[in-house]
Design a protein around this ligand. Sequence first.
Ligand SMILES: [Cu+2]
Length: 134
Amino acid sequence: MIPVRAVLSLALLTGLLAAFSSAAESPRTAAEIVASKRAFAPEVVTLRLGAPATLIIRNEDEDLHAFVPLLLFQRTNVQVAGNGAPEFNETGFVRLLVPPRGRSELRFTPRTAGTFFYICDLPGHNMRAQIVVK
Ligand SMILES: [Cu+2]
């Protein structure tokens, strides 16, 4: 049997560590975009200007989908994780292909305020939503 005091001090230590690590990290904004039934949801995602952001993109369909941001990532460093396939050209990040049931994470810091559309450019998909940076 585990002594109650040991459990209490472990809980206290865990709490202290959690408080310490969250104070040490810069505030990161996280938002999720889901592609489902050939539509992106939510229609608008809001990110904070200058704050590190994690954008999670999940594909719940059995189709391949693309995440194509228009202008949002110009001159922006984007780190990509997950099982999506990113495409880059001389201007930087261009497009992410997310396989059926796939999931990717994009990490970047928004440098320009405004409303940015993104689309899925696969033939016939007609999917479009927006990311607002303020
Ligand atoms: Cu699509």
